[in-house]
Design a protein around this ligand. Structure first.
Ligand code: IPE
Ligand code: IPE
Ligand code: MG
Length: 254
């Protein structure tokens, strides 16, 4: 039996984590390098990156995941040249326009996390449409992290809590890990079991800072546009061999 499990709702197993993950989050990195290696503009890498994202969604459903979070644009990505930022905004717009009917039909719920305030009105409207047209779907949840930063999300949550306390809707003493989670963009979605990052970089880059507290990490050398269903399955195999302890101790049976 598990000797101890801290305040986490998913206890560690006796023999290591054999259950497949329910929620995988991916830092889709390496589009620019993929393009550079081919002598192509970075925009070509981003276009291929969208194809890889489509493949990842299909693969996630085949692999029986319930939640997939894709990091598409960080709060720091505004530092890129204006043309590249425009391309990335345009690609999300086009993705919603092209894929929403199919996602809707396949029972996928689309949720966009991140700060929407700085997005243009067309993109805001498309995001709203994607969410409202898929809100009753529950087979599979696709979270798109766009203009997302873990620190920014925590700052916005802190502001919302402060307002609620001031207005008497919330008691400061009643705030705990669970209620703080409710103020995050990911409200209602369980923490990721596995975070994958492609392109050989080994950093979190402001992704799901709160939610990834006990996630497993798999870093892959493959550049995002080359990510396939096989790559995805191999990352999940690696996850399944890991021993998740959540700060506790797994005592060998017998
Ligand atoms: C990931 O690829 C896409 C985004 C961050 C939007 P990059 O554009 O970061 O590609 P590299 O890291 O420059 O190769
Ligand atoms: C992280 O990739 C953000 C996304 C994949 C959207 P970056 O390429 O922006 O991260 P850094 O700059 O290498 O840390
Ligand atoms: Mg990058």
């Amino acid at each position: 039996m598990n000797a101890t499990v801290a305040s986490h709702d998913r206890p560690a197993t006796e023999t290591g984590e054999k259950d497949p993950p329910k929620h995988v989050a991916i830092v889709m990195d390496g589009n620019g390098r993929w393009a550079a290696r081919r002598g192509l503009p970075r925009s070509a890498g981003h276009r291929q990156g969208v194809e890889a994202a489509r493949r990842a969604v299909e693969a996630a459903r085949d692999l029986q995941l319930t939640y997939l979070t894709l990091y598409s644009f960080s709060t720091e990505n505004w530092r890129r040249p204006a043309g590249e930022v425009r391309d990335l905004m345009g690609l999300l717009k086009q993705f919603i326009i092209d894929d929403l009917p199919r996602l809707k039909q396949e029972g996928v719920k689309v949720k966009v996390i991140g700060d929407r305030d700085n997005l243009d009105s067309e993109l805001k409207a498309l995001v709203r449409r994607a969410e409202s047209e898929t809100k009753n779907n529950d087979k599979f949840i696709l979270q798109i992290a766009f203009n997302y930063g873990g620190r920014d999300e925590l700052v916005r949550a802190a502001r919302a809590i402060a307002l609620d306390v001031k207005a008497g809707r919330q008691e400061s003493k009643a705030i705990n890990e669970g209620s703080l989670s409710d103020y995050l963009d990911t409200n209602g979605v369980p923490d990721p079991d596995l975070v994958i990052r492609t392109s050989g970089e080994k950093r979190i880059s402001n992704f799901l800072l709160w939610q990834a507290a006990y996630a497993e990490f798999v870093f892959l050398d493959v550049l995002w546009p080359d990510f396939t269903a096989e790559t995805f399955a191999a990352a999940i195999d690696e996850y399944c061999g890991r021993d998740r302890r959540y700060g506790g101790v797994n005592v060998a049976p017998g």
